[in-house]
Design a protein around this ligand. Structure first.
Ligand code: CO
Length: 462
């Protein structure tokens, strides 16, 4: 039997999916030495929304957080999630910024970068992947999973081959909406295993209740690494439970290196943390339950709740059924993009507009125009020519990578932040989230000045 390895997500995706990424370093610091000896393939602990949340809500320097995690877990591979040319945000950054960001992440302790693009346009991954490799890290390239007439097993297998050619050390199937079925995962893992020889990783969510079955079928088809979350932070919109899969897969005879005793300690540690968030209301028990709506409508749960709140705001919740019929049509017109951020918002807003305006594409969102213009990358399928004409008029879409049109930004920003930014990491925080970083720098300075004052006063009193 083959070996199955585990990536623990409690510090990143589980934290992000269940409690809006509000876990401060101080709440998990003490368990890191135990996690370090649990035998995980990797611990996903950075990237995604953690960076933004640290600066915006937790008053933490995200870089310092990474350095502290690394110091407490020297034996475990640390993993981050990176949106290719978008880094941790939603816009495209110039290449010099992407290279610098990856370099500082790897130097700061990241061993594995999971890099993806919403449209699976590999041109948007090239620079980040190359930078990861140049800095000695493992680049795991992820396929944004979706189903559509243009997303065939053959296409996915070709995509995986191209990823390996680019230097992927592993290929990850990223089912961000938790809609991948056991049959689909079995077929897809087989197709990818036949196409490439690097390890295959599966990332899914429990949202629709499919995840345990989907993971098991993937493992049976040869999947090498699975993403799981320690049980008290698992289920619902999070990953399937680590302990459950360790138990089941061991019994089936798979090689599993994870230490079950360590898992007991880790879960006992996080249980009271979870209870705190339940008590404060930040953790809504609803997100821990199963919700099959995404299967009925073929749209992710987060997108559905966005559509509902958009319609409610416009006093038009009675039009929901029409919007749910319109959404897949808009997606088809756009060439079947995977419904992941930012595409899910783009498709949703356009579908709502099309219904409420009483005429399709009477108003076209500026994001949809930019998408038609090629600014997000290549559409997976063909964009409806009529929509193209309405969106662009006589203008031709760009054929190059959008980042090729961007000027370098890092050195200029560094110069601008002289006296404010203390290192390259600060400059990168600012480029990623300018206003929030500025506020954070100011608060940091104020805090330190206060401390200095206290120290002086203390001395004077003596
Ligand atoms: Co996820």
């Amino acid at each position: 039997m083959n070996k199955v390895q585990f990536t623990e997500t409690v510090l990143r995706d589980a934290n992000q999916s269940l409690i809006a990424t509000r876990l401060p370093f101080s709440k998990f610091e003490k368990i890191l030495p135990v996690m370090d000896k649990a035998g995980y393939y990797s611990v996903e602990c950075w990237g995604g929304a953690t960076f933004d949340s640290c600066l915006r809500f937790l008053d933490e320097d995200p870089w310092e957080r990474l350095h502290k995690i690394k110091a407490a877990m020297p034996n475990t591979k640390l993993q981050m999630l990176l949106r290719g040319q978008n880094l941790l945000g939603y816009k495209h950054y110039p290449d010099d910024v992407v290279k610098k960001f990856v370099e500082r992440s790897v130097k700061g302790g990241i061993d594995i970068l999971r890099i993806f693009d919403a449209l699976n346009d590999l041109r948007n991954l090239e620079v980040a992947v190359q930078a990861a490799i140049d800095n000695g890290a493992h680049a795991s390239i992820a396929i944004s999973y979706t189903t559509s007439p243009v997303h065939t097993l053959k296409k996915f297998a070709e995509l995986a081959k191209d990823m390996v050619k680019m230097g992927a050390g592993s290929v990850c199937i990223k089912d961000m909406a938790g809609v991948m079925s056991p049959k689909e995962s079995s077929d897809l893992v087989k197709a990818i295993k036949d196409a490439v020889s690097v390890p295959v990783v599966l990332h899914t969510h429990c949202t629709t209740g499919l995840a345990f079955m989907t993971v098991l079928k993937a493992v049976e088809a040869g999947c090498d690494v699975i993403d799981t979350a320690i049980s008290c932070f698992s289920g619902g919109t999070s990953q399937p439970a680590t302990e459950t899969l360790v138990y089941a897969l061991k019994q089936l005879g798979y090689g599993v290196d994870v230490d079950e005793k360590a898992l007991i300690r880790i879960n006992s540690f996080f249980k009271p943390v979870r209870d705190e968030y339940l008590a404060s209301g930040l953790l809504d028990p609803k997100v821990m339950a199963t919700d099959t709506q995404a299967l009925n409508y073929k749209i992710p749960g987060g997108m559905l709740s966005n559509l509902i709140s958009q319609l409610k705001m416009q006093n038009a919740i009675d039009r929901l059924d029409e919007v749910l019929v319109e959404t897949p049509k808009v997606r088809e017109d756009l060439g079947y993009p995977p419904l992941v951020t930012p595409m899910s918002q783009m498709v949703g807003v356009q579908a709502v507009n099309n219904v409420l305006q009483g005429e399709r594409y009477k108003i076209i969102g500026k994001e949809v125009k930019a998408y038609c213009h090629g600014e997000y990358g290549r559409a997976p399928g063909k964009i409806n020519p009529e929509l193209m004409k309405k969106a662009l008029g006589d203008e031709k879409p760009i054929t190059c990578r959008f980042a090729d049109t961007l000027k370098p930004e890092f050195e200029e920003t560094k110069e601008k932040l002289k006296g404010v930014a203390r290192n390259d990491e600060d400059v990168l925080s600012y480029i990623a989230f300018p206003q929030i970083a500025e506020k954070f720098f100011a608060a940091r300075k104020a805090k330190e000045e206060k401390q200095v004052k206290y120290t002086i006063e203390a001395v004077e009193e003596e």
